[in-house]
Design a protein around this ligand. Structure first.
Ligand code: HEC
Length: 247
């Protein structure tokens, strides 16, 4: 019985973490595709333009990224490096940590492993659900990360949106407010579908950065399977040869 309970707990646990969106807002599903090189390239461009001022990718080198997402070293050097770094360098930024702490109250975390620690659905939801909230220092809040210390850095692309709340009443008549949806109050330079796609690309890129070996592993995997199939044929023929006089 105890064992069954433990097994059940393990089955239920992942569901509980999934349900942990802020103010009851569910996580959106990030439609990422690591084989979509165009998407990875667009994501990399968004990252170096809009995120790298504050966040580094300290475990990723520019030239490794170039190779993996289908760019040449020259393309990366010309279009994606703004810090004076060389193409073989790690993707660090120039923000001094002490200053960052003073400016934001928290140090913006390195994002190399963020897709693995938080999950891609969380990142996608986080990037899409900044909303107006006059009570917060930057005038915005977030559905996936309530009271986040990060400003809405993509407001020029997305525009501004206000939250739509839904009131629930429980059996005792207590009312709770839950975040249900958003309404655009000021359009950005991208339409909502364009912005969604851009965030898909950005999350796709962060998923790749979190585990660059994923792409390679699949390539190697195909050869491993082919080898096993071939080995099976050879061994089968050998077995037939060895045993043919015994039967
Ligand atoms: C102006 C500086 C700044 C910029 C630019 C910026 N961030 Fe942040 N970011 C922060 C700070 C500060 C935090 C820490 C927030 C906290 O812990 O309250 C943070 C936290 C995060 C987190 C961690 C959330 C978590 O759950 O721990 C993610 C993911 C993130 N940022 C992604 C991005 C992406 C993607 C971009 C580019 C579109 C970006 N950030 C641009 C300042 C910035």
């Amino acid at each position: 019985m105890k064992r069954i309970l433990i097994a059940l707990a393990f089955l239920i646990l992942p569901g509980l973490t999934l349900a942990a969106g802020g103010e009851g807002y569910p996580l959106l599903t990030a439609p990422i595709d690591l084989h979509n090189k165009a998407s990875l390239q667009k994501g990399a461009k968004l990252f170096v333009n809009y995120c790298m001022g504050c966040h580094s990718l300290e475990h990723q080198r520019y030239n490794r990224m170039a190779r993996d997402i289908g760019l040449t070293d020259e393309q990366v050097q010309q279009n994606l490096i703004f810090t004076g770094a060389k193409v073989g360098d790690l993707m660090k930024n120039a923000m001094p940590k002490a200053d960052a702490k003073q400016w934001f109250g928290v140090i913006p975390p390195d994002l190399t492993l963020i897709a693995r620690s938080r999950g891609v659905d969380y990142l996608y939801t986080y990037l899409l659900t900044y909303y107006e909230d006059a009570s917060r220092p930057y005038g915005v809040n977030n559905a996936a990360f309530p009271n986040t210390g990060m400003p809405h850095v993509l407001w020029q692309l997305q525009g501004m949106q206000k939250p739509v709340f839904e009131t629930h009443k429980d059996a005792e008549g207590n009312e709770t407010k839950a975040l249900k949806d958003f309404e655009l109050t000021q359009p950005g330079s991208m339409s909502p579908p364009e912005f969604k796609e851009a965030m898909r690309d950005l999350v796709n890129f962060l998923a790749y950065v979190g585990e660059p070996i994923q792409l390679e592993r699949q390539r190697i995997g195909i050869w491993v399977v082919l080898f096993l199939v071939l080995a099976f044929v050879v061994f089968y023929l050998l077995k037939k040869e060895y045993w043919k006089d015994v039967h």
